[in-house]
Design a protein around this ligand. Structure first.
Ligand SMILES: [Zn+2]
Length: 309
């Protein structure tokens, strides 16, 4: 698509979403849309059944440890994603949000089969949660998982509360997510890590098509993230460029947000700088306006705006 056509589409997307500000791109006010934190204090914050302290790698990743990586890059706001170690106990993440006012937004995990699911979600939104993570991870029957009564409540309640559903899925689940977006057009959706395209070898063109097809739903977004785990899995991650370009062209930069997925991005062999630098400095097809949305504007709109509770 040529750039005139693309910028026309981008500006109509702005008009459609009723969001007519163009954020300026300035160093020092950037948002990382996906980080996990945890503490070695397992007395106060016990791990969920099935997890041992030895599973926590690194053994600790607190907000202070995160700030040492992200602040030198001008990242001052972060979306925390509930860590699997704590399963449905979102307390550590919420406590950290309270301890650092204005710094964090939160994506929680709830039990889709629990009684009173909608009320649990409402209570979490009151505490500052702006998204709910769903994960196809260990599900054997994906259609049953996504088609359950609890999942319907989750998508409906998220729409009512004006918060997002955040699927962590592999490419094979994209057609099911597409169906859900069709059934729940008012629900904002944020796909983690390009639906892990390229995690297990080069993505098939059918899989890429299935991700891009989600752009037809006005409230879908994609996280451009987890570069350490995708493609060649090697900094400077330039091989991710073509996918980033396709996603930006299909969704418009207003629906793409960069994220590091720390602490995994800061494992040995990778670092924080190389993740943000790919979007900020290394892809010449990204305009200053694209970067402003991807490094701040989109996540600001989706995860840091106030909601009616
Ligand atoms: Zn993650």
């Amino acid at each position: 698509m040529n750039s005139t056509r693309r910028s026309f589409l981008a500006s109509s997307a702005v008009a459609l979403t009723g969001c007519n500000f163009i954020p300026s791109f300035k160093k020092g006010d950037l948002i990382d849309a996906h980080v996990h934190v945890w503490t070695p204090d397992v007395q106060k914050y016990p791990l969920a059944r099935g997890y041992a302290v030895s599973d926590m790698r690194p053994p600790s990743f607190t907000p202070e440890q995160l700030f040492a990586h992200c602040k030198p890059e001008g990242v001052n706001r972060i979306v925390l994603i509930q860590m699997s170690y704590y399963q449905y106990d979102n307390r550590y993440m919420l406590d950290m949000m309270q301890a650092h006012p204005g710094v964090f937004s939160c994506v929680a995990i709830v039990d889709q089969h629990a009684e009173g699911l909608a009320q649990t979600m409402r209570d979490l939104v009151k505490q500052g949660v702006r998204g709910f993570r769903i994960s196809a991870g260990k599900e054997k029957n994906l259609s049953e998982w996504i088609g359950s009564a609890g999942m319907a409540t989750l998508w409906k309640t998220a729409a009512e509360m004006k918060v997002s559903v955040c699927p962590l899925v592999n490419p094979d689940t994209l057609p099911l997510i597409d169906k859900m977006c069709e059934w729940y057009p008012d629900t904002s959706v944020v796909i983690d890590h390009f639906a892990r395209l390229g995690m297990a070898g080069a993505p098939k063109s059918e899989e890429v098509k299935n991700l891009l097809r989600l752009a037809r739903h006005a409230k879908t977004h994609v996280k451009a993230s987890a570069f350490y785990a995708l493609g060649a899995k090697k900094a400077p991650y330039l091989d991710m460029g073509p996918l980033i370009r396709q996603v930006r062209d299909a969704f418009g930069p207003q629906r793409v947000m960069w994220a590091s997925d720390s602490p995994f991005q800061v494992d040995p062999g990778h670092n924080y700088h190389n993740s943000i630098a790919l979007i900020r400095d290394r892809l010449d097809f990204l305009s200053e306006q694209d970067k402003a949305w991807m490094l701040r504007g989109t996540a600001d709109k989706v995860f840091f705006s106030s909601v009616a509770v």
